[in-house]
Design a protein around this ligand. Structure first.
Ligand SMILES: [Zn+2]
Length: 339
């Protein structure tokens, strides 16, 4: 075994056999922003043999405060995050296989993306994609590790289909669109990213090396600013859970999830959320104000940020102007409106 992994091999939990398993493993990281790029770096250094990284976004200057993988040069070139990450990962560890995908993860590609992967690691920023991951991973009996961070708060949970509760067992519904803070409205500090990613990465190493008795088995929550750390024990899978109990994978069918449509000739895309809701424009405006120019009346809210303008209706349907690409519009919607 190469000298480069010697300190990890000396560690009792891994050893030579564990290192061989890491080198033989394939992981899928969905989303390569702050969490995803932290995961990717840790896995490349640990010698995970094959890393599949998928992200729909490009690097911007406002990412650099916490997305430690990326540099000013990446932001200047507006490189897709998956490509920028692969470039840096290759310099960190030239001996592993990297499979970057610049793509919006949705019902049409998620099952192909997880095929052949030992564990799926969440680096996304929205619930719609997490339910999609949950459905696909439960369907294919693939372990996955949920993780999220906003402000100074973070949460993570390790999901082993039919052995532990799944995401849908714990959170039956996503918070309605525009109801919860996102990193692009409430901000986020890097230390919480480091903590959540550290736990997700460690759980992945335990899964791959077969040390499943060491998994934390909880919904783990942290607030680094409020100094709160909590572990909520997880129940067994719920028999009445639509996903892991009844085997209904609604997000994998083409019609169920939020729909997006390019508005021809208008340089705009319309996004309709999967569940209609009723938005309080006053509180949404207050959250969006730090990120751009906001105006609203009783029917709609207009939000301008950089070259884009989002028009949000009361039912959370939105028109994103400034792009005719669905992936870009979805990404802006997830960032600012959330779901
Ligand atoms: Zn479930």
């Amino acid at each position: 075994m190469q000298d480069r992994y010697s300190r990890q091999i000396f560690f009792n939990g891994i050893g030579e056999e564990g290192q061989r398993k890491l080198l033989a493993a394939r992981l899928l990281i969905i989303g390569c922003g702050a969490l995803g790029s932290a995961h990717a770096e840790a896995f490349a250094r640990a010698g995970i043999g094959r890393l599949r990284v998928v992200d729909r976004d490009f690097v911007e200057p406002s990412n650099l405060q916490r997305q430690t993988m990326f540099t000013e040069a990446d932001a200047e070139k507006r490189l897709p995050k998956a490509i920028a990450a692969a470039n840096h990962l290759r310099e960190i560890n030239s001996e592993i296989d990297l499979e970057p995908y610049v793509a919006d993860v949705n019902h049409s590609n998620i099952e192909q993306l997880i095929a052949g992967c030992d564990v799926v690691v969440d680096g996304t920023d929205n619930f719609a994609t997490r339910y999609l991951i949950n459905d696909a991973c439960v369907k294919h009996k693939t372990d996955w590790i949920y993780g999220a961070a906003v402000g100074s708060y973070g949460v993570t949970m390790t999901i082993r289909p039919h052995k532990t509760a799944c995401l849908r067992c714990v959170f039956e519904e996503a918070p309605p669109a525009a109801s919860a803070p996102t990193c692009d409205t409430a901000g986020v500090i890097m230390p919480i990213i480091s903590i959540v990613s550290a736990v997700q990465v460690t759980e992945t190493l335990k899964l791959i090396t077969g040390r499943t008795n060491e998994l934390h088995g909880s919904l783990m929550q942290f607030d680094v600013w409020q100094n709160e750390w909590r572990k909520i024990a997880l129940s067994a899978p719920h028999a009445d859970c639509p996903t892991c109990g009844r085997g209904e994978f609604e997000t994998l069918s083409p019609v169920s999830t939020e729909t997006a449509a390019v508005l021809c000739g208008r340089d705009a895309v319309q996004i309709s959320p999967s569940q209609p809701t009723s938005i309080d424009f006053r509180s949404l405006a207050a959250r969006l104000r730090p990120a751009g120019d906001v105006k609203f009346n009783e029917y709609l809210l207009r939000f301008k940020t950089g070259p884009f303008e989002l028009t949000v209706f009361q039912d959370a349907r939105s028109i994103v102007r400034g792009t005719d690409e669905i992936a870009t519009a979805r990404s802006l919607y997830a960032k600012y409106i959330g779901n």
